[in-house]
Design a protein around this ligand. Structure first.
Ligand SMILES: Cc1cc2nc3c(=O)[nH]c(=O)nc-3n(C[C@H](O)[C@H](O)[C@H](O)COP(=O)(O)OP(=O)(O)OC[C@H]3O[C@@H](n4cnc5c(N)ncnc54)[C@H](O)[C@@H]3O)c2cc1C
Length: 478
C-alpha cells in the first residue's frame, strides 16, 4: 500500500479546503486535499455559481415579460433550456479551472476518491493511505432528506440538479410542474427561478410563513406577496404525509390544518435544509467529537477536541455562531491553516457580522440580529421598518417592492442588525455590515453622505426614522 505524508491533510476540496491549502502554502507547508466529486466543492459546481447564473437568466425573461415602465411593450423571449444549461456549464468549467483546478500544484495537491479516517493522523483515499502532521475536516454539507413515507421510492430532485456535466443528476429538460418541499433560501431562489422559466411551481412550507426561522417576520411576508403575484403557489402550515409515483407524476399527500389532500406534479424537489458531511468519513476513528446534527464541534480557533485536527466551513454547522456560506468557509479555512501552523497567538473566528443574501427578486439581505434575537440577548431594543417606496431611487426606477428594518440598542444606539428586501439589497447590506464591524450607531448612518439616488439610502432613511417620520423628508434631506 502506497503511503504519503503532508504537513496538512484536508478532507474535502471546496472553498474552505482551497483557502486552507493556499494559506498552508504561504506558511511554506505541504498539503493535500481529497475529493470524491468535482474539484472545487459545492459553491462552484452545484451551489452559488450555477444558481446565480440561471436566476439572472430567469430575471431577464421575467423583466421582458413585465416591463416596469408604461411605454415599454412586454415581450416573450424564446427559451432553449438545453442551451441555457450548456452556457451555465461553460461558465462553471471556466470558473472552476481558473479559481480552483489551476491553483493545484507546487506545495499542494489533490487526491480524488472517497476519504475516511484511519486514525487521528491518517486517512485513506480509495485505499491509498496518507498521513498528516495536521488535519482539517472541510467536507461541507449535503441536502437533508426528510423521513417521509414513500419518499425513498420515488425519483426526486435536490439542489444537486444544478450540478454540471461530471454528474448525471443535472437537469437538462424543464418539467411542466414542480413541487418543492421546504421554504428556506434554496427553495425560494429555485422556486422563483423555475416559475419564471414557465414551470408551475408549488412550495410546501411547514411553518406559517416563508423563511420562518432566523428572519424578521416582515421578510417572509413581503416575499410571500411577491411570490403570490408571480404565480408561485405557496402552501404554508402544511406538512407532507406521504409521496408516491403515479405514472409520469409524483403524488404528494399533504395535511394543512384539518384537511388532507393530494397534489400532483411532474417533478419533486426536496429542499429541506442541509446537513454536515461528517457521517461518512469514519470520524470516530479520529476521536473527533460531533453534535447530534453531525456538526463537528470546534472552539473559536476552529480546533476540535483532538489538538492537531481542525474543522471549518459547512461541516461545523452553527458551531461558534457560524453559518453555511462560502465566504465564511473561505475565511475560516485560512484561519484554520494559520492556527494549525501558528507558533504564537492563535486567530479567532469572527462570526459576529456575517452578511447574507437570498437571490430572489427582490433580493433579501440580512446582517446581525433580528428584533427577537436582540431582545433575547437582553437589549432594550429600538427597531423600525420602512417601506422601499420611501427610497427615492426605488421610486425613480419604479421598483418599490420591499422594506428595510433596522434593529438597534435603544440605550447605546448601536446598530445590531439590518434586514432588507429590495432592489440591490445584496449590495446595500455591505454598508451595514462594515458599519456594524466598527460598532456604528444610528447617527453614523445619518451622518454619512450617501450618493443620491441609490438604494443604499434605504439605510440612512431607516436610521432617520429613529427621530422623525421619513415619509415627510424632502429629497435627500435629513
Ligand atoms: C443551491 C445552493 C446555492 C448556494 N448559494 C450560495 C450563495 O449564493 N452564496 C453563498 O455564500 N453560499 C451559497 N451556498 C452555500 C455554499 O455553497 C456552501 O456554504 C459552501 O460551498 C461550503 O463550502 P465547504 O468548502 O465548506 O464545503 P463544500 O464546498 O461542500 O466542499 C466539501 C467537499 O467535500 C467533499 N466530500 C465530502 N465528503 C467526502 C468524502 N467522504 N470523501 C471525499 N470527498 C468528500 C464533497 O464532495 C465536497 O465537494 C449555496 C449552496 C447551495 C446548495
Amino acid at each position: 500500500m502506497k503511503q504519503a505524508h503532508y504537513d496538512l491533510v484536508i478532507l474535502g476540496s471546496g472553498s474552505t479546503a482551497f483557502a486552507a491549502a493556499l494559506r498552508a502554502q504561504e506558511h511554506g507547508k505541504t498539503s493535500v486535499m481529497t475529493e470524491e466529486r468535482a474539484t472545487g466543492g459545492t459553491c462552484v459546481n452545484r451551489g452559488c455559481l450555477p444558481s446565480k447564473n440561471l436566476i439572472e437568466a430567469a430575471k431577464i425573461i421575467h423583466d421582458a415579460r413585465h416591463p416596469r415602465y408604461p411605454g415599454l411593450t412586454p415581450a416573450e423571449l424564446g427559451l432553449d433550456f438545453r442551451k441555457l444549461i450548456e452556457q451555465k456549464d461553460e461558465v462553471i468549467h471556466g470558473y472552476r479551472k481558473k479559481k480552483y483546478e489551476s491553483l493545484v500544484g507546487g506545495q499542494f495537491t489533490i487526491e480524488k476518491g472517497h476519504v475516511e479516517f484511519v486514525d487521528d493522523h491518517s486517512i485513506q483515499v480509495d485505499g491509498k493511505r496518507i498521513t498528516g502532521g495536521r488535519i482539517l475536516i472541510a467536507t461541507g454539507s449535503r441536502p437533508v432528506i426528510p423521513d417521509i413515507d414513500g419518499l425513498r421510492d420515488v425519483p426526486f430532485l435536490t439542489s444537486d440538479l444544478l450540478t454540471n456535466d461530471d454528474e448525471p443528476m443535472e437537469m437538462r429538460e424543464l418539467p411542466r410542474s414542480l413541487i418543492l418541499l421546504g421554504g428556506g433560501y434554496i427553495a425560494l431562489e429555485l422556486g422563483q427561478m423555475f416559475r419564471r422559466f414557465g414551470v408551475e411551481v408549488t412550495i410546501l412550507q411547514r411553518s406559517a410563513q416563508l423563511l420562518a426561522h432566523g428572519y424578521e417576520p416582515e421578510v417572509g411576508e413581503v416575499i410571500g406577496e411577491v411570490f403570490e403575484k408571480e404565480g408561485v403557489r405557496v402552501l404554508t402550515s402544511t406538512s407532507v404525509r406521504s409521496v408516491r409515483q403515479d405514472g409520469a407524476e409524483v403524488v404528494v399527500t399533504i395535511q394543512s390544518v384539518d384537511k388532507t389532500r393530494e397534489l400532483r406534479a411532474e417533478k419533486l424537489l426536496v429542499s429541506t435544509g442541509r446537513q454536515p458531511n461528517s457521517d461518512k468519513i469514519a470520524i470516530k476513528k479520529s476521536g473527533v467529537a460531533f453534535g447530534k446534527h453531525g456538526q463537528v464541534h470546534v472552539d473559536e480557533f476552529l480546533r476540535t477536541n483532538v489538538p492537531h485536527i481542525f474543522a471549518a466551513g459547512d461541516v461545523i454547522g452553527r458551531e461558534v455562531n457560524s453559518q453555511m456560506a462560502t465566504p465564511v468557509g473561505s475565511q475560516d479555512g485560512g484561519i484554520a491553516a494559520d492556527n494549525a501552523f501558528a507558533s504564537g497567538e492563535l486567530r479567532r473566528v469572527n462570526h459576529r457580522v456575517i452578511p447574507r443574501t437570498i437571490f430572489t427578486d427582490p433580493q433579501i439581505a440580512t446582517v446581525g440580529m433580528t428584533e427577537d434575537e436582540a431582545i433575547a440577548a437582553g437589549h432594550d431594543c429600538w427597531c423600525n421598518t420602512v417601506p422601499m417606496s420611501l427610497v427615492p431611487r426605488a421610486g425613480a426606477i419604479r421598483d418599490t417592492a420591499g422594506m428595510i428594518k433596522m434593529v438597534a440598542d435603544a440605550g447605546t444606539e448601536e446598530v445590531l442588525g439590518v434586514s432588507m428586501v429590495g432592489n440591490s439589497a445584496g449590495e446595500v447590506i455591505h454598508e451595514a455590515a462594515m458599519a456594524m464591524r466598527f460598532r456604528a450607531k444610528i447617527r453614523d448612518f445619518i451622518d454619512l453622505l450617501h450618493v443620491y439616488p441609490t438604494m443604499a439610502e434605504a439605510l440612512k432613511i431607516a436610521a432617520i426614522s429613529r427621530f422623525k417620520d421619513p415619509a415627510k423628508l424632502s429629497c435627500c434631506a435629513e
